[in-house]
Design a protein around this ligand. Structure first.
Ligand code: ZN
Length: 290
């Protein structure tokens, strides 16, 4: 029989080794930083539990005008892999990455996507077409399989299952929006975030606020909206509803609901993932335009 002292010692040692094992496991997980919430969700869908994923611009926040915090600089400095949208979306990311001194590799999720131009400016909101979403996810998976070849099978399985869902929702969106009459295809949002959705699904989005969510519309632009045959008006989760309310007051167009353009919702909201966000936007459009 072991003495009490031996038992305490054994307990202590197994406790210590448990702490050590946990520390090693935590250290072994690579650290991925994604620049904004929609991209962070895509990365999580691809990698599952095999990495820790940190997102810089969180739910309901505007990445165009984001100002990184000290905590962001620390996350970037500690990261092994960084994913950004690119196409000029994150105006702050190059400086943040350079000044953090990070050794992480930086990857542009929109690589291979043909950009849409709005008034000669590149539209960065490429995720608002689901087939572009498939390109993002494929790019993310390619990078992560190189970084974590030991998890390549899991990454492949996660990626195929996820892409199947994106393709299914793409087909559903095309079929649903094809039913709309021609007088129901033009809608107004505060900023120009849905050019890719418009192109992919035969819609026309007007945005007096321009592409980067900062500009204010002129009276002339407001008058033009009615002439252009706008059928509904939508507020966005990342922007104050004041501008859209003003447009509604001045044009008599009704506000048809809230679209999630550049960020997911908070955890209790309707758009906690890229898929849920797209599904919510589709439902909101159809409800207002039917
Ligand atoms: Zn935007």
């Amino acid at each position: 029989m072991r003495s009490l002292k031996q038992n305490i010692l054994a307990g202590l040692l197994s406790g210590l080794s448990l702490v050590a094992a946990t520390a090693v496991a935590a250290e072994e997980k690579i650290k991925i930083v994604a620049s904004f919430s929609i991209l962070g969700d895509m990365v999580e869908q691809v990698i599952g539990e095999h990495a820790s994923v940190t997102t810089i611009v969180g739910p309901d926040a505007d990445a165009h005008i984001y100002q990184p915090s000290l905590a962001d600089a620390r996350s970037v400095a500690d990261a092994d892999v960084i994913f950004v949208n690119g196409l000029g979306f994150e105006t702050w990311s190059d400086t943040l990455i350079a000044e953090s001194g990070t050794k992480a590799t930086v990857h542009i999720a929109t690589d291979g996507i043909t950009p849409v131009l709005v008034d000669a400016e590149v539209d960065p909101h490429a995720w608002n077409s689901l087939l572009n979403g498939v390109v993002y996810v494929t790019n993310i998976a390619d990078v992560l399989k190189q970084k974590l070849p030991e998890h390549a099978n899991d990454i492949d399985a996660n990626t195929s299952a996820y892409i199947a869902k994106l393709n299914a929702l793409d087909a559903k969106t095309k079929a649903a929006l094809a039913e709309l009459g021609d007088d129901k295809r033009t809608v107004v949002t505060a900023h120009d975030a849905f050019g890719y959705l418009a192109d992919a699904y035969g819609m026309n989005f007007l945005a007096p606020g321009g592409i980067d969510s900062e500009a204010e519309p002129s009276a002339q632009e407001l008058a033009q909206l009615k002439q252009d045959g706008a059928a509904a008006l939508f507020v966005e989760n990342i922007a104050s509803p004041a501008l859209v309310q003003q447009i509604s007051d001045e044009t008599g167009l009704e506000i048809g609901g809230r679209l999630f353009s550049d960020a997911l919702s908070e955890r209790d909201g309707p758009a906690t993932s890229y898929l849920a966000m797209f599904e919510h936007n589709l439902g909101t459009l159809l409800e207002a335009l039917k």
